[in-house]
Design a protein around this ligand. Sequence first.
Ligand code: NAP
Length: 286
Amino acid sequence: MSEVTVMTTLAKARAACLIGWPAAHSRSPLIHHYWLRTLGIEGGYSIEAIPPEGFAEFVLHLSGHGFVGANVTLPHKERALALSVPDARARAVGAANTLWYEDGELRSTNTDIEGFIDNLDACAPGWDDAEEALVLGAGGASRAVVFGLIERGIARVHLANRTDERARRLADQFGARVHPAAWENIGELLPRAGLLVNTTPLGMHGQPALDLDVDRLPSHAVVADLVYVPLETPLLLAAKARGLKTADGLGMLLYQAVRGFELWFGHRPQVTSELRALVEADLTRT
Ligand code: NAP
């Protein structure tokens, strides 16, 4: 291939990136490169380490930097929302994790919502028969989870957080179907929870396990954990041992990546068992 041909090919190839600071080890390149490869799309996905003071310049000139869009991670998600035209999901969560251009405008959304819901649909079809859900934690991920549950029609969402005030504020934002609960009262809510979701880091490597008795959940309950290191948290292991359906954090991570890829590269990719195995292997290596 001549130099001119290479340059023309590169100029045509679309590229997206993950913007973070520090640029932590991320599985996003692995996921997007897998889809580019298996769909035969010429494109790229890189990690861009951008400090907070450089973020606005970088994002406001994203196409000038060679990108058709981006994922955004800590600590930039709130700034990304402010610097773009957010959809209802990004506004509700108060943070954007996916950016793309549409009609010449930089748009943003939050794909954690569909990542969480699509993973539940894949792992535990019928999960939305639950009338009551219990969500643990009231941070950024919890907002995405609660938004998704309300949108899907769950009648009552109990929200328990270590810091009561934060659960109350989130419940106020989402309206009458969300009920703040004291962290000490989790045990009493378990028998009514058709869906239990852990959005805290409890159970992650280096963190204590969630101290909770899954035997108190109803026999039809579904248990979801957002933590994916380890893949099988003590909560998920206990739920499986009781025969309950589960949805893990890796599944959510994979499903949340689908929309960005579709927006940037024009094809809706599949979350396959091969992709999952690839990312699982990477997680167990590091
Ligand atoms: P965040 O905004 O910092 O919120 C953390 C939440 O966990 C807060 O409600 C906090 O309670 C609670 N918490 C932290 N340590 C706790 C402890 N020792 N005991 C009880 N509660 C504790 O974080 P986030 O962005 O929501 O992320 C939360 C978790 O979800 C992380 O593990 C993250 O990796 C995971 N996540 C996974 C995915 C995925 O795709 N699988 C996506 C997003 C996030 P206070 O309010 O009292 O501090």
